[in-house]
Design a protein around this ligand. Sequence first.
Ligand code: HAS
Length: 561
Amino acid sequence: MQVSKSFKRVVLLELAIPVALLTLGVYHGLMQTVYRSGVLHQSAFVKLDYYQGLTLHGVINAIVLTTFFAVAFGHVTMAFYLKQEPNKKLMWLSFGLMLTGTLLAAWAMLAGKASVLYTFYPPLKAHPFFYIGAALLIVGSWVPLFDWTRMYLRWKKINPEVKTPLAVLGTIINFIIWFTCTLAVAYEVLVLLVPWSLGWTTTVNVALARTLFWFFGHALVYFWLLPAYIMFYTILPKIAGGKLYSDMAGRIALFLFLLFSVPVGVHHQYSDPSITRGIKFFQGLLTYGVAIPSFITAFTLAASLEYAGRQRGARGLFGWMRRLPYFDETKYLFAYFICGLILFVFGGVTGIVNASYSLNKVVHNTAWMPGHFHMTVAGPVFLGIVGMSLYIYTKLSGKKVFMPKLNTIIPYLWMIGMLIFSFGMSWGGLRGEPRRTNLGTSYLNPDSDLYRSDWVPTTTLALLGGFIMFIAGMAFIVIFFGTMLRKKQEAGELELPVSESYHDEKRIPIFDKLKPWIIAMVVILLIAYIPALLNTVKNTGPQSPPYEDNNPMPVTTISKQ
Ligand code: HAS
């Protein structure tokens, strides 16, 4: 499909800018494992502090890259499947807001004025630019939803009896989840944190801020995941050489995400004293509910891959696994996707461990947690994003991939590094190793009374895995920008592999309508969250003045002295 220059420009910028920032994100990932394993015994390296680096790592990789990509991929899927381009002015407006927000937040982080990690929990205080930057990034990402809805309704009017393409349904559902959950974080930032950070209010309700954050924070992980699921359902079966086992399964999974992605945030607050047991129990149950669409996906994708393997001549029960195009340079997306899926098996299992209230008590705030989430967000999500960014870039620009052999190996290298890293982190977590801690200054410093020799093997494994991932990450950046520097070889166009369905499933209207599902979503949300929010107002402790990461005294007390 031919697209306008303006469309290409916005999409290419939305893909290339976060990949460039990834240089910083990947570097700080490696540095985390270096600090934690006790290679360094100091709190800063080349003038960048541990917490500053961890904030840059989390914000760039988990917020900026994912949001820019979700918007770019949304533009691509909507334009490709609905055969119409989004409004260019709105595309530029959205991009401009997201870029301005990113630059403001980047300045605050690089200047050392926002070492508050990606969760920015008060009472840690950041420079107002950090919060305003985050708000602009979010508002910028809202803009396309309204335009895509307009495009979708127009398409629906012309095609009332045609099933909405799965990728379109997925994109709209994902952005409805995103819009809903970001309302809470927008309130947290604009009403609670910005005035507090500017000194207009002296204290903040920490429990309320944290609960608003997690209203957003868990749905955020599905906002990361759904673009990858769209790729797995609509692209993977085709490049594997087969068909999608069930399109209906994909639709059901998407609607279940719409119902259950947001009302589960309290599972991050099982240890939070301001929220009562009943609410934790209810949101814990819903957390098991949100795992169901992933189980459906695991089954559907495995069946689709089995079919592909058999089409390629496989025999026997597991022979199909050997026949898939693991190292086919022309189908490199397969390598990115399959490595992400293999990692997600472990990411999913550890997530279900976290969801259990009693097991959560053992692993909460330990290194187990980054062990879990790296196999999700840095597994299917990251590999899906980078693989697809390269794919869209080559198709739109008409350029060929630079170093195609290396490109096919990168996901396997990343997966091996990630498995070693996450094993080290998870094992360490079970031995009590804390997360978000510069262990090198104390527990992993042999000169310290706090030295823990039993954390040496676990952190060394994480270091080894971190190093392998760093090599893979940097190699990807070289390939991406190497491709950009190549000469154009053909006219660029918008092209996506499209998987056919194995079964000819009839259109069932309830799975093609958003309204009833949105109503059900709102009802569950109100039942899950009204009591939780009332709790945080009623059971909150004393409100807190602002603190900075390098001083145990509140900022206001320091300024009075
Ligand atoms: Fe999680 C904490 C529970 C999924 C990310 N999670 C986090 C944090 C992050 C995160 C970033 O209940 C830390 C936040 C922080 O900073 O504090 N999580 C879950 C559950 C799921 C889950 C139940 N998480 C994710 C996803 C993430 C993500 C997805 C990012 C994208 N998580 C928790 C809980 C906590 C938590 C608690 C809080 C803990 C605490 O105490 O702080 C489920 O959605 C998982 C379901 C997944 C599956 C796996 C399906 C497998 C598939 C692959 C199939 C493979 C095939 C290949 C087909 C059931 C689809 C086969 C082919 C061959 C050739 C072999």
